[in-house]
Ligand binder design. Structure first.
Ligand SMILES: Nc1ncnc2c1ncn2[C@@H]1O[C@H](COP(=O)(O)OP(=O)(O)O)[C@@H](O)[C@H]1O
Ligand SMILES: [Mg+2]
Length: 421
């Protein structure tokens, strides 16, 4: 125990409540920088028949915004219904899951054949199971539009007050025919009672990408393009815990954590969590974060980052030869936040600087060989971690990976993303 004036349990509680690298956020107090989006959703829901569609990069905070907004608008007697689409899933599966969410799991398991078997999870508590109520229920055919609408009517008949239904991870519905069914369903939501609202979420740069181009679905949807979090909101995540634990965090550390995380809160939660634990484990009484705690934050973040990020990095770089070349090439691309950068610019202003820092250990590639490494990183053999934007232009396929690349470089003593202040 190395923190003044806080018990072990109190400290642990603060950390677990405020650093959630792998869990979504459900309360507005912890949802930093999304006030405007919450107001947009509030107004959309005040407008008859309007539904919400949130889209953006993986990891920007779509599910957190949806869940927070849902809890704010949902009638408090029940938890909002939350359904995540499955890989190559179908419209019918998702609608069946929504219907199932109003039934207790015991009822569905103990009466086999009662409903479809696709799982839905609930935010907060589920519904109480009363054995005397058990009866065989079969949901309408979720594959048809009228059946789908009936399922929602059934849900509404079971619950009173405002009901918010979240349909998350729409990008997993790959089949255009299934996507079209969602678009058709959205167009017909106005047939339902006013007291049901939907929040759809998906990874994408447009809504059309996720449900196809359907102009009348567009009139019903309030679309929210969710952008990366600004640095001051990333800092709030750490500052919040710094205030509660009474540990001072220097400005320079805030700035560095913001730069590494590049707008993606996952990394801030990860670094923060490990950094504060290392302060907690310190032999001395800690009143201010020291560089050793920051270092532990970086190492801990790398060790505990989402597995897919680590796998992507390893798939891109761990090859029989030239592993370090690939790493340095990735670090170079991740040095600034631009979505796409031109070969010469990456080489001249990032790669050379990085290699000068590593001078003694590593030889510098020529621009031609460097270009070959970048081109290889676009290929499937390297997990297509980079993508091209016309000849000689490169960017990351998914923006969230930039933070992981920056963490790896940081651990090797190479600081990236210094441009933003
Ligand atoms: N506004 C926010 N403020 C602080 N942390 C956030 C915020 N939005 C998301 N997070 C955190 O970021 C991570 C990713 O959020 P999530 O909602 O799952 O993103 P997405 O659904 O877009 O992939 C989670 O660890 C979550 O706790
Ligand atoms: Mg999500």
């Amino acid at each position: 125990m190395a923190i003044n004036s806080l018990s072990d349990t109190a400290f642990k509680k603060i950390l677990s409540e405020n650093f959630t690298p792998s869990a979504t956020i459900k309360t507005p107090e912890r949802l930093f920088g999304r006030d405007k989006a919450l107001i947009t959703i509030d107004r959309a829901f005040a407008s008859p028949g309007r539904q919400v569609f949130i889209y953006g990069d993986r990891g920007v905070g779509k599910s957190s915004l949806a869940e927070t907004a849902a809890l704010l608008h949902q009638d408090s007697a029940d938890a909002p219904i939350y359904v995540a689409c499955a890989n190559s899933g179908s419209f019918a599966e998702v609608l069946t899951a929504i219907g199932n969410a109003t039934m207790d799991i015991a009822k569905r398991v103990e009466l086999p054949g009662a409903t479809g078997n696709y799982g839905a999870s609930m935010l907060g508590t589920g519904i109480n199971f009363k054995p005397s109520e058990a009866k065989r229920i079969s949901l309408p055919d979720a594959g048809t539009l009228s059946g789908a609408l009936d399922i929602i009517r059934y849900v509404l008949s079971k619950r009173s007050g405002m009901q918010v239904i979240i349909i998350d991870e729409m990008e997993r519905i790959g089949d255009p025919k299934e996507r079209a069914k969602f678009a058709e369903f959205i167009k017909n939501i106005p047939q339902l009672e006013e007291r049901v609202r939907f929040i759809f979420c998906g990874i994408g740069t447009t809504v059309d990408e996720l449900i196809g181009a359907h102009p009348s679905a567009g009139r019903i949807l309030e679309t929210i393009s969710l952008e990366k979090l600004h640095h001051n909101y990333l800092w709030d995540i750490i500052n919040n815990v710094a205030n509660k634990t009474g540990i001072l965090v220097a400005n320079e550390m805030f700035i560095r954590i913001g730069q590494i995380s590049d707008g993606f809160p996952h990394y801030v939660h990860l670094i923060g969590e490990s950094m504060f634990w290392s302060a907690f484990d310190d032999d001395q009484i800690v009143t201010a974060m020291a560089p050793r705690h920051f270092k532990a934050g970086i190492a801990g973040a790398l060790a505990r980052a989402e597995g897919v990020l680590r796998q992507q990095y390893q798939k891109a770089t761990r090859k029989t030869k030239n592993t370090s070349d690939y790493e340095e090439a990735l670090w170079s691309v991740a040095d600034t936040t631009s979505d796409s950068r031109q070969l010469s610019e990456i080489y001249e202003s990032s790669y050379k600087r990085i290699m000068l820092k590593r001078q003694r250990e590593r030889p510098m590639l020529t621009k031609e060989v460097f270009n070959q490494r970048l081109l290889a990183l676009k290929k499937d053999g390297h997990g297509a971690i980079l993508k091209g934007y016309g000849s000689g232009w490169f960017g990351f396929r998914e923006n969230i990976i930039r933070g992981y690349v920056r963490l790896m470089a940081e651990q090797e003593g190479v600081e990236l993303g210094r441009e933003i202040r």
